[in-house]
Write a protein of this length. Structure first.
Lengths: 358, 358
């Protein structure tokens, strides 16, 4: 249950809150755009539902609202950015812009980021490259909820990867997914519904397979994409590891089990080897490879061939990555963004603190 | 069943065959090293077992043995290479060297390749970057055996991704995996044993789940990593699509269902939109991000933490990507490379044609 709100109204609310904690006018806007891109695209777990969590990070002194986000090392095609504990929602677009600017000059740009925190949805940042006829890549590590194959310890986050690829007449290809069988948001949805998970999503703290959506609270773990060894979980574990290393180890952020958690009630890991959480961004100019029009025409052909493939009985069509989220965005821009009652209550409490009602 | 052969003996044999079809001395060596890296690392499906297949491609006029492999477009950090229908085993190292050389100059190098064919194992090419203290990336598209989520048509190859990452005292992290639940080689192994597959590896030509290892021969398909929608197959499909687009669409090679098959008895696709098959390579200099020694020290910490994680009862340890293959390589360099009887018979026939015995 819940009510639907127009984007502009939510935007004004979110911007007001970020301004309220001390962010600049520009940063408040950037953060609101990043955050609400999740709600628009239907990833409700990563959007406005997390707003009060960001505020709690600030209250706990873990977010700087006037950060000195800066390049600490660079080459013509690379940079490392220190986010100075700024909002990931602001640090990420800063870093992605550097990747795009380097791609303009030398064909591609690659930026690893330390000392940041939760950046919202990866796809939003990757998509910044599209308007420049570039392929965009965004990934981030996250606090450990995932047990590598054969492990009972949680050592990796859900570590998402997003890749956006421009097309011509067709809309862009935009993949954005956690490197686990199921994203944590889907698990939370089942927790609210008191439902069971399919096998292969979670394991108990002893490493037995489980269908209990509350298993994480019991010390269990999410499983890497693949679920178990026989179904390729070592591949999901490998992907999560690559995201962790590109985001955390390459930048000097924390990695593996040392990535700081988003909820402030979870204690910080001990002996942290780096600063904050890490992200990794890439931008590749299409015409650094071949003429953009030729590429886009082939992408249209690719997309149309896949979309028109013969389907399993009962399935309407083969989906192109980005289609469901774009349709959701169009629908929500028109009809408003649903806000669940529990989230709304949380936002009203937050609004009171900062002198705004929703 | 089979016999074990020392690496040097197999190398001399393979090199002789490639010379026999007209490759230069240097190309024959390069191709033999690429091919046999699969046997050394335990990926028997991609090594010497395929030698006669490469020769058949040459006999069918689909491989040029004196190709004009060339850069057709470049920027400081990118290039597109046209392989001129050369052996993928030779084209891939050529392209990876360009990626490495660009990384030396501007921090990273990215090379998309058209007009190539089967390049052996991706990991071998990615690992070329290690000796330069670089992260190496290699991927390739392949002829369509995989049905995207909800499709009954085969539209993607097993499209592997390899990423190699240097460490300090620890050996490097080397992930190399097909973006399907199970690689085709594992399926072939079960076919020989007349065994069943686990659920989630293959589907029938009508799109029903199946455990029949011969399902591909019946018109069925391999499944993307994840297996089905509920277990995240859209993520495996997305990964396979990204590999296909980076390798095929970005270079002007074929893509999707139009990628030419390796076995010459399978008819070529109609209305092919590009040239040959496509690869994609990347090299990122570690010190384009941070001092290599600091990175490597963190990588050692990463590897040791994961390797020492508490395990599920009955499992000895959490594996680091690259460990099993490196152990296999050490063992096979010592004790020889096993060659199955059927492969041996095939090689003896081939040897007779080219005046060499194994």
């Amino acid at each position: 249950m819940g009510s639907a709100y127009q984007y502009d109204r939510l935007f004004a609310f979110v911007k007001h809150i970020f301004s309220g904690i001390g962010c600049s006018e520009a940063d408040s806007s950037t953060a609101a755009v990043s955050l609400l891109s999740a709600d628009l695209r239907g990833v409700d777990s990563h959007g406005i539902a997390r707003l009060s969590g960001y505020v709690r990070l600030w209250e706990a002194g873990r977010v700087h609202v006037t950060p000195d986000i800066r390049i600490v090392h660079e080459t013509p095609s690379t940079a490392v950015v220190n986010g100075d504990a700024g909002l990931g929602l602001v640090v990420a677009p800063f870093a992605m812009k550097i990747a795009i600017s380097k791609a303009e000059k030398v064909g591609t740009g690659w930026v690893s980021v330390s000392n940041s925190n939760h950046f919202g949805i990866a796809g939003h940042h990757a998509m910044m490259a599209l308007q420049k006829d570039m392929i965009g890549i965004a990934m981030t590590n996250a606090s450990a909820l995932v047990a590598p194959t054969f492990s009972i310890e949680r050592l990796l986050g859900t570590n998402p990867i997003a890749v956006s690829i421009p097309a011509g007449e067709e809309p862009p290809f935009v993949a954005d997914f956690a490197t686990t069988t199921a994203a944590n948001g889907k698990l939370e949805l089942l927790q609210h519904k008191k439902g069971n998970t399919p096998l292969g999503w979670v394991q108990t703290k002893e490493g037995q397979s489980s269908v209990n959506a509350d298993e994480i609270k019991n010390g269990g773990s999410l499983l890497p994409l693949g679920g178990d060894r026989e179904h390729g979980s070592h591949k999901g574990y490998g992907l999560g590891a690559i995201v962790d290393i590109f985001s955390g180890v390459l930048s000097g952020a924390n990695y593996g089990p040392w990535v700081p958690p988003f909820p402030i009630y979870i204690p910080m890991p001990e002996s942290m080897p780096g600063e904050g959480i890490g992200h990794f961004f890439g931008a590749m100019r299409i015409d650094a490879f071949r003429p953009a029009e030729a590429f886009k025409s082939n992408m249209d052909n690719w997309i149309r061939r896949f979309r028109s493939a013969k389907t399993i009985p009962g399935k309407e069509k083969v989906l192109i990555h980005g289609d469901p989220e774009r349709e959701m965005e169009n629908e929500r821009k028109r009809s408003g963004i649903p806000v669940a009652d529990t989230v709304l209550a949380d936002l009203q409490t937050l609004g009171k603190k900062f002198g705004i009602t929703l």
